[in-house]
Design a protein around this ligand. Structure first.
Ligand code: NAD
Ligand code: LMR
Length: 429
């Protein structure tokens, strides 16, 4: 784990939750590993598994250990990723501190993260997962109600970040001041029988108002939108930021990580692959047929019959509905979404922290197709998106090519609906 000292220098840290008795705790960044020197970066989960057999060298909310054993098969991080991560951080640490990688160190967190909608089904577990990140110094939790208790509860975890609660519009500016990453899961979820677009009437206005406050108070932040319909809420956010004169397309993201997480899980199950190694890019958008898993680009490479391609594609596209129906009126995916969003946040923080090897799929402004917004793999850096990765879209199978063409009208309509909403509101104002 890369830590930034207050001096701005880096060190490598192996950490373990103080409360985890004798055992193990997987922490870490998730994100992606570009294959250096390769034209085809591969999304990868990152991180290390720590155990407490070694004596502790220091204590700082998290316990930093003198050495680490990587047990990748038990963590959500792959072997290859973990060793690449260690190599990358070790060389950084040596360069910047002249230290041996294995000798460790006090974590120093330095990024401010805000969660808007933090008292909700996603917001609460997401806040907890972000609280576990050693890269976060301040965790600001905002909601229109019930956030005080959530913040009090999470603040008792002995990890580095300071947790503060903010309730209602009058406290929103204070919440956002100086924030590096803003995550927005505010809004209503689906019930059985609804489409994501059925949420537009309520959530469009919520996202508009929250993004407007982001524009006023932390215009340089990474903005990560979870609220549905993502296919429309991201274009709404872009318009609002344009109206405020602060739009940076490199820093606006629709969070589609859950589609990748699901695709990886379902493919690993189907092909009996080691879960941690599987990487399936998912492109397009985040609703129904606009969710397009590119199974032909699965890493490690795997072959699928036409029937299995159809079965997996449909399952990944309908996975949100699968959860909505199983919850039978009590909401949509919250825990897996929090996990996926935490992965995206952690990847963003690593990118902000100077890791030059971070790739994730996200729904962003794009010129990879004729649509103005499109989910694809992107390379993240200190200033946001450094590059859109076109290679996944090359050499598609006939099935994928047809599915790509088929999704475009629906995605285009959702984008235009979002833009029209934001423009109409601006004219009315
Ligand atoms: P939820 O109802 O449990 O929580 C939403 C929270 O937002 C509530 O605490 C509510 O008080 C808060 N909220 C409402 N208006 C607000 C405002 N103006 N400012 C701040 N907070 C406000 O819902 P949930 O299950 O957490 O889902 C939230 C959203 O995320 C939904 O729109 C859902 O469709 C979406 N979602 C997206 C994905 C994805 O992959 N992108 C996955 C799952 C859910
Ligand atoms: C999901 O994919 O789980 C979310 O978009 C929530 C939903 O409504 O399906």
């Amino acid at each position: 784990m890369l830590m930034k000292h207050t001096s701005g220098r880096f060190c490598v840290s192996q950490v373990e939750m103080a409360a985890a008795p004798a055992a193990t705790f997987a922490i870490g960044s998730t994100g992606s590993l570009g294959q250096r020197g390769s034209s085809l970066p591969q999304s990868r989960s990152f991180g290390l598994k720590f155990n407490s057999q070694n004596p502790l060298k220091s204590f700082c909310g998290l316990k930093a250990m003198s050495s680490v054993r990587c047990e990748s098969e038990l963590s959500f991080l792959g072997n290859k990723s973990a060793s690449a991560l260690r190599a990358s951080f070790a060389s950084k640490a040596q360069k910047e501190k002249g230290q041996n990688f294995n000798y460790q160190l006090q974590p120093q967190a330095s990024y401010k993260v805000a969660v808007l909608g933090a008292a909700g089904g996603i917001g609460q577990p997401l806040a907890l997962l972000i609280k576990m990140s050693p890269l976060v110094s301040d965790l600001h939790l905002y909601d229109i109600a019930n956030v005080k208790g959530v913040a009090a509860d999470i603040s008792h975890c002995n990890t580095p970040s300071q947790v503060k609660d903010f309730t209602g519009a009058s406290e929103l500016a204070k919440c956002l001041n100086g924030v590096d990453v803003v995550v927005i899961p505010a809004g209503v979820p689906r019930k059985p029988g609804m489409t994501r677009d059925d949420l537009f009437n309520i959530n469009a206005g919520i996202v508009r108002d929250l993004v407007s406050a982001v524009a006023d108070n932390c215009p340089g932040a990474f903005i990560q939108i979870i609220s549905n319909p993502v296919n429309s809420t991201v274009p709404i956010a872009a318009e609002v930021l344009k109206q405020k004169g602060v739009y940076d397309p490199k820093k606006l993201f629709g969070v589609t990580t859950l589609d990748v997480v699901r695709a990886n899980t379902f493919v690993a199950q189907k092909k009996n692959l080691k879960l941690i190694d599987v990487d399936v890019p998912v492109v397009g958008g985040h609703a129904g047929i606009t969710i397009l898993p590119l199974l032909s680009k699965t890493r490690p490479s795997a072959s699928f019959t036409d029937e299995v391609v159809e079965e997996l594609t449909v399952r990944i596209q309908n996975a949100g509905t699968e959860v909505v129906e199983a919850k039978a009126g009590a909401g949509s995916a919250t825990l897996s979404m929090a996990y996926a969003a935490a992965r995206f946040v952690e990847s963003s923080l690593r990118a902000l922290d100077g890791d030059g090897d971070v790739y994730e799929c996200s729904y962003v402004q794009s010129d990879l197709t004729d649509l103005p917004f499109f989910a694809s793999r992107v390379k993240l850096g200190k200033k946001g998106i450094e590059a859109l990765i076109p290679s996944d879209l090359q050499g598609l199978t006939d099935y994928e090519q047809k599915a790509l063409e088929a999704l475009k009208p629906e995605l285009k309509a959702s984008i235009e609906k979002g833009i029209a909403f934001a423009q109409k509101q601006a004219v009315a104002a």
